[in-house]
Design a protein around this ligand. Structure first.
Ligand code: ATP
Length: 337
């Protein structure tokens, strides 16, 4: 659905060149939720704004639904942009227009007939759960409700793609979850391709299918969310994983245990159905291995449950090695740390 090829973007400020994107190659499939995560200044906003050419890349191709947007004249680009909705961190609503008028705005710009606009506005407000708020003004709404208006407005022209520019960063955790649930619902109901940028690992873990990690204007790691976050390779990815893993305590525990003898410490990962099966305990019983748990997590990445335990095995080295092999044969991932 979206291909970014050799994308470069630099800003000129007072005669100086500031590189923001330094060679992005990315392919986003129809119907998926693709997350781009990076620290402040990594190039996230520039990247997402290049997808609808709100920012024009210095060089490279932006192909959306088979068409390279960088090659279109202004008139054709405007028409193409209607197929790309966008929502923003600070909602960007028209403060002197009602909720209904805000949602109707892109339809009026597209010169749709009044009866069609009224029908569509009602449908969209129902979709985002705001039917009862049609005549209110943005100042009378909560942050989460404002973002729902933003989403309804972005969907007005039946786009194929929805771009989300830090759409939950101004919201509290509970409201964030309700907006993420709405985005997932829309993705499933309408088959909409969603691209979002965020600096929060939680956002990626909750709803994304695939992720790209951006650092210094480059995608440094990308793939399926489970693969990238369960086996992070790049330092930046590892830092994001630490956001949700409380690794400081773990590092201290591992250092303490290693200092107190020749112990085997391993990280065991359970995926999918294996998360709920007693494979670890059965294996330990069968092999007679005594072990203790230093840290544990059971969570979900979108629809897939996973568990990660850091354990210390108290047998001798050869016995521990045999136990680890058995765990691997039974489908668990085991990494000795
Ligand atoms: N309009 C601009 N003029 C000059 N430099 C800019 C402009 N917009 C972004 N930059 C620079 O480009 C780089 C990437 O910025 P960008 O805003 O894309 O990153 P980001 O990952 O979205 O950061 P944040 O999360 O803080 O918004 C930074 O060095 C930034 O200072």
């Amino acid at each position: 659905m979206i291909q970014l090829r050799h994308l470069h973007k630099s800003y000129q400020v007072q005669g100086k060149t500031i590189p923001a994107l330094t060679g992005i190659d990315l392919s986003i499939e129809q119907g998926e939720i693709y997350g781009i995560i990076g620290h402040s200044g990594a190039g996230k906003s520039t990247l997402i704004r290049c997808i609808n050419l709100l920012e024009r890349p210095t060089s490279g191709e932006v192909i959306v639904d088979g068409v390279d947007l960088t090659k279109l004249d202004e008139g054709k680009l405007q028409a193409k942009r209607r197929a790309i909705g966008m929502i923003f961190q600070h909602f960007n609503l028209l403060s002197s227009s009602t909720v209904g008028e805000n949602v109707a705005f892109p339809l009026k710009l597209a010169k749709r007939p009044k009866a069609e606009i009224d029908k569509k506005v009602n449908e969209l407000l129902k979709l985002v759960g705001l039917e009862a708020h049609k005549d209110k003004y943005p100042s009378q709404l909560s942050g989460g409700q404002k973002q729902r208006v933003g989403i309804a407005r972005a969907l007005a022209n039946d786009p194929k793609v929805l771009l989300c520019d830090e759409a939950t960063s101004a919201l509290d955790p509970q409201t964030t979850n309700s907006i993420l649930a709405l985005l997932l619902d829309i993705n499933r109901k309408l088959g909409l391709t969603i691209v979002l940028i965020t600096h929060e690992m939680h956002v990626i873990r909750s709803i994304c299918d695939r992720v790209g990690v951006i650092d210094g204007g480059k995608i440094v790691e990308s793939g399926n969310v489970l693969d990238v976050f369960l086996r992070p390779q790049h330092l930046t990815t590892q830092e994001f994983v630490e956001q949700v893993a409380d690794s400081t305590e773990l590092r201290e525990a591992v250092a303490h245990e290693k200092a107190s003898g020749n112990r085997t410490i391993a990280r065991v990962t359970f995926l999918g159905e294996k998360t709920y099966q007693p494979i670890l305990f059965q294996t330990m019983q069968e092999t007679g291995t005594v072990f203790s748990i230093l840290q544990g997590t059971i969570s979900r990445m979108k629809d897939t449950p996973y568990g990660q335990l850091v354990i210390e095995l108290e047998g001798d080295v050869a016995q521990n090695q045999k136990t680890i092999e058995t765990l691997r044969q039974r489908g668990l991932e085991v990494e000795v740390i």
